[in-house]
Design a protein around this ligand. Structure first.
Ligand code: NAI
Ligand code: MG
Length: 498
């Protein structure tokens, strides 16, 4: 009997039974590539791995098993100072003097090396952060390489970015990134910075530094001149030391609105340039004439991709009244077959919640949703005994005043609201302190154009969701931040334009 046809009672899921009438299951399909983890990771400063001066290390945990994966160096202000000095020296003596064509070759080399190490990086990313292997393998790592390829092409063509203007790099750029797309956010930050001729000091998130430090190894393998890229791992204080350092002339941050605000305040008395990519509470808007099968897939991808740990997640579904019941019924059927579990399994749809703190935050907001009167529906699946997991969850009966309709949950939880007219949809979609992204599902091209001008969001996807491309600028309005990443606009944020 083929293995796939075997009945396994291991993961009973009452909702699946509703759909299929029985409990047929997949066999395990674990990814087996070697992530080549070291026991301990040091700081990457001036082209070399060096221990932190105070000798402090933090554990990095696998959120799916709660097991310790490695120890990560914690940089203090003196380590950050050494990294900024190395970056400044590399900028003045090597990188700013190098022709763009030569800089481009290094970016190409890095892109190719990311491809060469793709499986190792994907497994390391999944182990450290909890995201499903199919996402790290098919999205995070290839997109990271794509950002280096794209920006490699720009390195010798910068004068075409703004004709008639003179462009110059800022010098040393300080970058702080979050844990939801560790390697991809690194690529979004480092590729344009280097293409524009800057040198970099980057601080990865304290819970997901492994692939950033592996990236240091890739810089060595590419023969990148010492000091052009420096990686200083550590927690919030390390990030604060990076952004405040006097040699840093431009800061790029992705993370929470709270920390974005702190950084904005701390730089208010300086000349430093700043871009911020913060949270979101995107509306995914489904009109009555939308192709519903496609829309439901888009809504599912919009909220459950990366367990909902996505700043542009479509966390509010606005569905037109005439199709609301139908869309809800289809969504329920769809979430019944989502597989939650081992992130390394190739058939897993939702991996582990990134941390115990994030799980607490999701639980707290979900509890508030129930207490405020919304109705919770989850797929009832059994969750692994170890690690941090959360079932894909839908809320109906949500009103705009509920916390689950206003606050970023950053988890696999969708709030469903309805509307009657286009005007009401726009009003509800824009009634948020954020403005990062939105989705529109309709058969009508003219309506798409109208919605994309009326919605106050940096990105509006039409009949698709979470579509990314290095050529396309990404960024927000209002409390979602300012500045763009990707495309010409993103590159210009790494240049002084005179
Ligand atoms: P966070 O904003 O604290 O962390 C992001 C990065 O900033 C990390 O590298 C962190 O070490 C660093 N950082 C923290 N304090 C800093 C400071 N004072 N100066 C400079 N850097 C500092 O985000 P956290 O606590 O991990 O997540 C909290 C919430 O933020 C999440 O529940 C989610 O709602 C939101 N978030 C949004 C993200 C986005 O992409 N928009 C990404 C991560 C979290
Ligand atoms: Mg970890």
């Amino acid at each position: 009997m083929p293995a796939a046809a075997r009945k396994t009672p291991a993961r009973p899921n009452p909702a699946r039974e509703l759909v299929f009438g029985s409990l047929w299951e997949y066999d395990p399909a674990p990814e087996t590539a070697d992530p080549r983890l070291k026991r301990r990771y040091d700081l990457f400063i001036n082209g070399r791995f060096v221990p932190p001066r105070k000798g402090r290390y933090l554990p990095s945990i696998n959120p799916a098993t709660e097991a310790r994966l490695a120890e990560i160096a914690q940089a203090d202000a003196s380590d950050v100072d050494a990294a900024c000095k190395a970056a400044h020296k590399a900028f003045t003596q090597v990188w700013s003097r190098m022709p763009g064509q030569e800089r481009g070759k290094y970016l190409y080399r890095i892109a190719r090396l990311l491809q060469d190490h793709a499986r190792e990086l994907a497994v390391a990313e999944t182990l450290d952060g909890g995201k499903p292997i199919k996402e790290s393998r098919d999205f995070d790592v290839p997109m990271a390489a794509a950002h280096f390829f794209y920006h490699a092409g720009w390195a010798d063509k910068l004068e075409h970015l703004a004709s008639g203007r003179s462009l110059a790099p800022h010098g040393v750029v300080g970058q702080v990134i979050p844990w939801n797309f560790p390697l991809l956010m690194l690529a979004w930050k480092i590729a344009p910075a280097l293409a524009a001729g800057n040198c970099v000091v980057l601080k990865p998130a304290e819970t997901t530094s492994i692939t950033a430090l592996k990236f240091g190894e890739i810089c060595q393998e590419a023969g990148l001149p010492d000091g052009v890229v420096n990686i200083v791992s550590g927690a919030g204080e390390t990030g604060a030391a990076v952004v405040r350092h006097p040699l840093v002339s431009k800061v790029a941050f992705t993370g929470s609105t709270e920390v974005g605000r702190l950084i904005l305040r701390s730089l208010a008395d300086t000349e430093k340039k700043l871009t911020l990519e913060l949270g979101g509470k995107a509306a995914n808007i489904v009109f009555e004439d939308a192709p519903l099968d496609q829309a439901v897939e888009g809504v599912v991808n919009g909220i459950f991709f990366n367990q909902g740990h996505v700043c542009c997640a479509g966390s509010r579904l606005l569905v037109q009244e005439g199709v609301a019941d139908e869309v809800f019924a289809r969504l329920k059927r769809r979430i019944a077959v989502l597989r939650v579990g081992d992130p390394l399994d190739k058939n897993t749809d939702l991996g582990a919640i990134h941390s115990a703190e994030q799980l607490d935050k999701i639980n707290e907001l979900v509890k508030s949703g129930v207490e405020e009167g919304a109705v919770k529906h989850d797929n009832g699946c059994r969750l692994p005994a170890k690690g941090w997991f959360f079932r894909p969850t839908l809320f109906t009966g949500v009103s705009m005043s509920h916390r689950i309709a206003r606050e970023e949950i950053f988890g696999p939880v969708l709030s469903i609201l309805t509307f009657r007219t286009l005007e009401e949809a726009v009003e509800k979609a824009n009634n948020t302190r954020y403005g990062l992204s939105a989705g529109v599902w309709t058969d009508k091209g003219s309506r798409i154009l109208k919605m994309s001008t009326l919605l106050k969001a940096g990105v509006v996807w039409a009949n698709t969701y979470h579509k990314f491309d290095p050529t396309s600028p990404f960024g927000g309005f209002k409390e979602s931040g300012f500045g763009r990443e990707g495309g010409k606009q993103g590159l210009l944020d790494y240049l002084k334009v005179a």
